[in-house]
Design a protein around this ligand. Structure first.
Ligand SMILES: Cc1cc2nc3c(=O)[nH]c(=O)nc-3n(C[C@H](O)[C@H](O)[C@H](O)COP(=O)(O)O)c2cc1C
Length: 328
């Protein structure tokens, strides 16, 4: 039946409406995410997806060559208003506020403030920040020449990549919170669409939750009981007002996960990414165990632990660069 329905989009949709429930949970999750986005006006706890995205857009405007003296009109007021919204929110991220303020200061100092839209946005903006406000550390675009330097050679990076292998046998030893914090700090340096970083890392190590969770993904069969710590990388679909961005949590979450796993390797810890299939029955169970609303989705699980050197690692032959590079 399913190959016959692939002829066009409409018939495919009919198939997934009447004959398959594969998208059942996901469709609802996306609509609930849009509702949550609207209700929270793009604010998520101590962070705002809308503020992050728009401040990022302002930064991109600031680095244009040549820079225009009027730009960002279509989202400027929206950005100032969301900034105003979160400014008085006591628990809001101070880093995020400082970044926003810094970029606003730069923006308003270089654009043509006699433009009526900019003049109005500026009037609203200056009423938000109190006069006795401490000057903040500048968090604005900087010269590429001043970018952080590194001492990692290609060979060193390659060594790290070769040393990171999916490890399925671990010692029965707890994982220090500090090491996870260090690895997550590296993960957070990963690129993300419009710098929104729409994910969270859940560390699961207490019983019975760990035992209940490790058995859910089919891919842990045979070694589930051996996992001392499971990380759940959870993406938040409510960072996006539009369904077209529904895959971004998986892209951003995966980029961060890769950096997380490489960082673990440098901290003497081993890991194994664990597939989380799109099965609505399993999604319900995992959401209940982790206490997630429908719009927060598991991107992947990652088993973490100190490696048991007496266990084996699958050889996992890799493709060659020439197999995957298509030169056009
Ligand atoms: C998204 C993803 C899902 C994976 N799921 C599982 C899984 O469920 N169970 C498992 O044992 N390994 C899983 N792996 C590990 C892969 O089998 C492994 O990465 C691959 O064989 C290459 O080996 P390497 O990681 O040692 O380089 C997964 C890897 C990725 C990236």
């Amino acid at each position: 039946m399913s190959p016959l329905c692939s002829g066009n989009g409409f018939i495919s949709s009919l198939y997934f409406t009447f004959f398959s429930r594969d998208f059942y949970y996901e469709h609802r999750a996306i609509l609930m995410a849009q509702r949550a986005y609207k209700k929270n006006r793009g604010v998520h706890g101590n962070s705002s997806a809308l503020l992050r995205r728009n401040i990022h857009r302002l930064e991109k405007g600031l680095i244009m060559r040549p820079r225009r003296d009027v730009f960002a009109l279509d989202y400027l007021l929206e950005t100032v208003l969301v900034y105003k919204d979160v400014f008085s929110n006591k628990g809001f991220s101070q880093c995020e506020l400082a970044w926003a303020e810094s970029v606003f200061e730069k923006y308003f100092s270089v654009v043509n403030r006699s433009h009526p839209d900019i003049a109005y946005a500026y009037k609203v903006y200056v009423q938000i920040t109190p006069n006795n406000h401490e000057p903040i550390k500048e968090k604005i675009p900087y010269l590429q020449a001043n970018k952080a330097k590194h001492t990692v050679s290609y060979n060193q990076l390659m060594d790290l990549c070769l040393a990171r292998r999916s490890n399925r046998w671990f010692l029965n030893k707890p994982i220090e919170d500090e090491k996870v914090t260090q690895a997550v700090a590296a993960a957070l340096q990963a690129p993300s669409a419009c710098n929104r970083q729409p994910y969270e890392f859940y560390k699961i190590e207490s019983q019975p939750l760990l035992s209940q969770l490790v058995k859910l993904p089919g891919g842990t069969a045979g070694f589930a009981e051996n996992i001392p710590c499971l990380m759940a990388v959870v993406g938040d679909l409510s960072y996006y007002p539009e369904a077209r961005d529904r895959h971004v949590i998986y892209i951003d979450g995966s980029l961060a996960s890769m950096q997380f796993m490489l960082a673990l390797e440098t901290l003497d810890l081993a890991s194994c990414p664990i597939n989380w299939p799109e099965l609505h029955t399993l999604d319900k169970r995992v959401s209940k165990l982790l206490g997630l609303p429908e719009y927060k989705r598991v991107v992947m699980f990652i088993a973490v632990g100190y490696p048991d050197d007496s266990g084996h690692i699958a050889y996992s032959e890799k493709k060659l660069p020439e197999d995957v590079i298509k030169r056009l």
